[in-house]
Design a binder for this molecule. Structure first.
Ligand code: AMP
Length: 175
C-alpha cells in the first residue's frame, strides 16, 4: 500500500479576482470545505495551535463559524458566535469598528463569557486585522482573556498582525 500524500491546503484555496469589488482578490475557501479530507486536515492543523485550558472558541460571522465550530467539536470546547448587528437575540455588547471604507459593527451575547475565561478567536482570513482587533476588544470587555487568534489564511502584505500585537496569532497559509 502506498502512503497517502499529505493534504496541501493551499491547493484548496481558489483566487476569485475582482470580488466583491474591482481590485480585490477574494480567497475562496469553498474547495477546501467541499473536500472532507482537506477540511478535516485544516481543522487538525488549527488544533495543533490551540493553547491548553481553553474555555471557549470564539468564531467570527460567518466563515469563522465554519472553522471555529469544527475546531470546537474536535477539541471538545464550547463555541461562542460573534455576529453582525441585530442577529443575536439576548442582551449584547457591541463594538463599532472602521473598515477600509466606512464602519461596521460586531456583537456578542453579554452572558457568553465571564471574567477569567480563556478563549481562542477563529476566523477564515486575516486581512487588515480590523475585524479580529474588534473581536479581541469585545472579548476583553466581558473580562475574558484572548489566549490566541487562529486563521486559516493571512494576507501578510496587509500587516493585520500589527493590530493584534499583544495576542499570539497563527495562520496556516500566508500569502
Ligand atoms: P480584515 O478586518 O480586513 O482583517 O478582514 C477580515 C475579514 O474580511 C474576514 O472575516 C474575511 O473573511 C474577510 N476578507 C477580507 N479580505 C478577504 C479576501 N481577500 N478574501 C476573502 N475574505 C476576505
Amino acid at each position: 500500500m502506498t502512503a497517502k500524500a499529505a493534504v496541501q491546503l493551499r491547493d484548496y484555496i481558489r483566487d476569485i479576482p475582482d470580488f466583491p469589488k474591482p481590485g480585490i482578490v477574494f480567497k475562496d475557501i469553498s474547495p477546501l470545505l467541499a473536500s472532507g479530507e482537506a477540511f478535516a486536515s485544516c481543522t487538525s492543523q488549527l488544533a495543533i495551535h490551540m493553547p491548553d485550558d481553553i474555555d471557549a472558541i470564539v468564531g467570527i460571522e460567518s466563515r469563522g463559524f465554519l472553522f471555529g465550530a469544527a475546531l470546537a467539536q474536535l477539541t471538545g470546547v464550547g463555541f461562542v458566535p460573534i455576529r453582525k448587528p441585530g442577529k443575536l437575540p439576548a442582551d449584547t455588547h457591541g463594538i463599532d469598528y472602521e473598515l477600509e471604507y466606512g464602519m461596521d459593527r460586531l456583537e456578542i451575547h453579554k452572558d457568553a463569557l465571564s471574567q477569567g475565561h480563556k478563549v481562542v478567536i477563529v476566523d477564515d482570513l486575516l486581512a487588515t486585522g480590523g475585524t479580529a482587533a474588534a473581536t479581541v476588544e469585545l472579548v476583553q470587555t466581558l473580562g475574558a482573556e484572548v489566549a490566541a487568534c487562529l486563521f486559516v489564511i493571512e494576507l501578510e502584505f496587509l500587516k493585520g498582525k500589527n493590530r493584534l500585537q499583544n495576542v499570539p496569532t497563527h495562520s496556516l497559509l500566508k500569502y
